[in-house]
Design a protein around this ligand. Structure first.
Ligand code: C5J
Length: 228
């Protein structure tokens, strides 16, 4: 099925596609989380919740596979590179006590996915130590084993984990459709530019479309009943 997209229509194959929802975690999205503690406007990310809910509901209703990711580290921080720990140069960094538990540590409340988009049993959750979802995870094996070659990508933030993951996927031969209104950044100009970089040069990293176009393509069409 063809989805109107930029830079040209995306040919979605229901037998080979998964929805990949990137890092919709409490610490990034909730007021009182780590992102807010750093002074970011979480409203810029929270505007993506409703469109993601609508897309996720339609996707699940269509019986298509969903994969979620979370950025975070082992409680002993053995998978946290010292360079990442030091980055930001602030008094509170990854692994320290934050407003919702230890920051970006697996098992802590802030690390978990927001309730509005919580994974169902059977939907894989990829715990990733980096920005890209392929780095040091089993995502590639899961996609390969399920015959998935296309990804419809949503989540936060557009210019960091979404862009990094799409670029990793592109280099591994996956076709990615990024859903514009289901992605967000604390910085609107980075969101805009992050999407433009993906679809530039004939879709150098992938395609971009609004959620409405994706939902319209996967929703069951109303049957014409004809005259009684
Ligand atoms: C993500 C980040 N998920 N911005 N992380 O984009 O640090």
């Amino acid at each position: 099925m063809a989805i109107p997209a930029e830079p040209y229509a995306f040919e979605l194959r229901p037998d080979a596609v998964a929805l990949l929802i990137i890092d919709m975690q409490r610490d990034f999205l909730e007021p009182g989380g780590f992102g807010a503690m750093l002074g970011n406007d979480v409203g810029q990310l929270r505007r993506t919740i409703a469109p993601n809910q609508a897309l996720l509901a339609a996707w699940r209703a269509a019986g298509l596979p969903v994969i979620h990711t979370r950025e975070g580290h082992r409680p002993d921080l053995s998978d946290l590179p010292p360079a990442k720990k030091a980055r930001g140069n602030g008094p509170t960094t990854i692994g320290d006590a934050g407003p919702m538990g230890r920051i970006l540590v697996r098992g802590e409340p802030g690390h978990d996915i927001i309730p509005e988009l919580y994974p169902l049993p059977g939907e894989p959750v990829i715990d990733k130590p980096g920005k890209g979802a392929f780095f040091a995870t089993d995502l590639h094996a899961i996609l390969h084993n399920r015959g998935i070659s296309q990804l419809v990508v949503t989540g936060v933030t557009t210019e960091v984990c979404v862009n990094t993951t799409v670029r990793e996927a592109n280099d591994r031969g996956f076709d990615c459709l990024v859903v514009a209104d289901c992605c967000g950044s604390y910085f609107p100009e980075f969101h805009e530019m992050g999407l433009r970089m993906i679809k530039a040069q004939g879709g150098i990293f992938g395609w971009v479309a609004p959620s409405g176009a994706v939902i319209a393509a996967i929703e069951p069409k109303t049957q014409y009943k004809g005259a009684a």
